[in-house]
Design a protein around this ligand. Structure first.
Ligand SMILES: [Fe+2]
Ligand SMILES: [Fe+2]
Length: 261
């Protein structure tokens, strides 16, 4: 296991200069083609070089050890402690993953209901929600195959704490909602990339390798929704703030293994 390749305390404290600058943000030209781009499949994610190729293709960059995806939206990479916890509790993470997929579909639907007159938003988020439900069904099928019943799980504070950062007045509310959704997608993508490389279970490596490309496309779509509605500088500035908060939330590992613990 290559956990030792990760630096302890890799998550940087808020207040330091963030590694997100406008030049690091996904170029619109790349994101515009993401929904139809042929991305590397699970085979690429099962080896370190393949993972790096996946990361590069979706707007990430490999970290120095070449094993982990460094996602450009994120202010700090996941640390070794999370990976060790997740690898020690694969069934729990898989169950939580099912809930995450369902929540991601729900978040997209919620935005469609909140802005019912926005046709472009619906055109982007309706297929995204459908795809998240397909992911949920795939994870649910694997859970059933393994004899793990679908049951409620106490959520870590991550999602609710991020949602609490969404400003209440429009249009800030819309911008923050897109960015928070995108950050969750980005973190999911990063962590699935880690599991796709480091899990000792071939079935799980294949699952995460298959799904991580979709999550990367999803955070690209949320970025596009932002960029079509707000000045790029404003989006980038708010992303820096929210990304710092997102990294800070993951600074203390949640006591139970979760996708976002
Ligand atoms: Fe998904
Ligand atoms: Fe997603």
């Amino acid at each position: 296991m290559a956990v030792s390749a990760f630096r302890d305390g890799a998550v940087q404290p808020v207040g330091l200069a963030l590694p997100i600058a406008p030049s690091f943000l996904p170029p619109a030209s790349l994101l515009a083609v993401l929904p139809v781009s042929p991305l590397p499949g699970p085979a690429a994610a099962r080896d370190p070089e393949g993972a790096a190729r996946v990361a590069t293709a979706v707007g990430s960059r490999p970290t120095g050890d070449g094993l982990a995806a460094r996602v450009r939206w994120l202010a700090a990479p996941s640390g070794a402690a999370w990976l060790a916890q997740a690898l020690a509790h694969p069934d729990l993470v898989l169950l939580d993953h099912a809930h995450c997929e369902r929540k991601a579909a729900g978040a997209a639907l919620q935005l469609m209901f909140r802005y019912p007159g926005d046709g472009e938003l619906a055109a982007v988020l309706s297929p995204l929600a459908r795809e998240e439900l397909e992911h949920f069904e795939r994870v649910q099928a694997l859970l059933a195959h393994r004899g793990i019943p679908l049951r409620p799980l106490a959520a870590p504070p991550y999602g609710a704490a991020l949602t609490a950062l969404v400003r209440r007045s429009e249009p800030d509310r819309m911008l923050d909602s897109f960015l928070v959704a995108g950050l969750i997608e980005a973190r999911s993508h990063e962590r699935m990339a880690l599991l796709a490389v480091h899990s000792p279970d071939p079935e799980l490596r294949e699952l995460y390798g298959d799904l991580l490309t979709s999550e990367a496309r999803h955070f690209g779509l949320y970025w596009l929704l932002c960029e079509r509605r707000f000045p790029r500088e404003r989006v980038a500035a708010r992303l820096v703030e929210l990304a710092a908060a997102e990294a800070q939330l993951l600074n203390g590992l949640h006591r139970e293994a979760r996708m976002h613990s």
